[in-house]
Ligand binder design. Structure first.
Ligand code: FAD
Length: 106
């Protein structure tokens, strides 16, 4: 399998891209699909220690799927939790759409 870093970079790209394409006003079925996806992802992610910590995070911080910005900010918080654990800089979650959806303005 790919190493934990290559897998991680590709997976964060996928997850933040899913947030970026999620509707601003999702239907209840879109909300329940996203919640199911996050929970299944946390069981299937092929870095087991990563997945276990991610499940713990989900238990502490319930995924917010009510809107694109709610989910994007929740996911940013989950990514920051891993950043802290690995000693990486924290990302300013007010700017997640600039990084993953609209492009930087400066
Ligand atoms: P990454 O952390 O992969 O980030 C990619 C890009 O995302 C960055 O360059 C930046 O532009 C942007 N970014 C950074 N932070 C945020 C944020 N908070 N919100 C939005 N965008 C952001 N690795 C381990 O060693 N141990 C673990 O327990 C572990 N758990 C993981 C759990 C999950 C669910 C995932 C998806 C990955 C996990 N990883 C873990 C991998 C780790 O998070 C990194 O992906 C890997 O170390 C490569 O880091 P990177 O510096 O290339 O940037």
């Amino acid at each position: 399998p790919p190493d934990v870093e290559v897998l991680g970079r590709g997976t964060w790209t996928l997850l933040h891209s899913i947030a970026a394409s999620y509707p601003e006003s999702p239907s209840t079925s879109q909300q329940s699909d996203l919640l199911s996806f996050v929970k299944l992802f946390s069981k299937l992610y092929p870095c087991w220690v990563c997945a276990e910590d991610f499940r713990t995070y989900i238990g502490r911080e319930v995924p917010r799927v009510e809107s694109r910005d709610d989910f994007g900010k929740w996911l940013c918080g989950a990514h920051n939790d891993v950043n802290r654990k690995l000693g990486k800089p924290e990302f300013d979650c007010s700017r997640w759409q600039e990084r993953w959806r609209t492009g930087w303005k400066d």
